[in-house]
Design a protein around this ligand. Structure first.
Ligand code: SLL
Length: 156
């Protein structure tokens, strides 16, 4: 599986989280003591952007060590974890690529935000919607990709 010289493939994608206040009376499942927020963290394509499933095969999310099983692996889309909790922390992500690529996993970090942030207007919107969304646009780069992987990526 030779490499394609002087070539780089770049793809944008999103790492994000959403958090909301739990309505403890309305929960169907019991919520652990002290947990006030629901949240999810995800890796996804940009709306209208290129697919990520061509290159992304698995995501490992490493949560705060206060979680019973902090290392969560998702092997198919949606690449997402949903949880409840009380505190903000940095989530460590490891992205695993299509096996034809021969690429090593790449590391990313995402700050889980539970409280409204940004300008006053933005905070008001987040409060009114009971939804704090925090997303960053990321780019993954494959330098001198393998022939097989290059073929897959350019066949999209
Ligand atoms: C803080 N430095 O104090 C952070 C720590 C801990 C987050 C946040 C619950 C875990 C569980 C949870 O939200 N942990 O009960 O399983 O703000």
């Amino acid at each position: 599986n030779k490499r394609v010289k002087n070539t780089r493939i770049s793809r944008p994608f999103i790492i994000g989280s959403q958090a909301w206040n739990l309505d403890l009376a309305a929960q169907s499942e019991p919520v652990p003591e002290g947990h006030t927020k629901g949240w999810r963290v995800y890796v996804k394509a940009i709306d209208g952007g290129p697919e990520i499933t061509t290159w992304l095969k698995k995501v490992q999310f490493k949560l705060h060590m206060t979680y019973a099983d902090p290392s969560r692996t998702v092997e198919a889309p949606p690449f997402q974890i949903q949880e409840t909790g009380y505190g903000e922390f940095d989530i460590e992500l490891r992205l695993y690529f299509d096996s034809s690529s021969g690429e090593k996993a790449q590391y990313r970090s995402h700050r889980l935000r539970l409280e409204p942030f940004g300008s006053e207007d933005q905070q008001k919107q987040q409060k009114d919607a009971n939804m704090v969304t925090s997303e960053t646009c990321e780019i993954v780069e494959f330098n001198e990709p393998s022939h097989d992987f290059f073929a897959k990526m350019t066949a999209e």
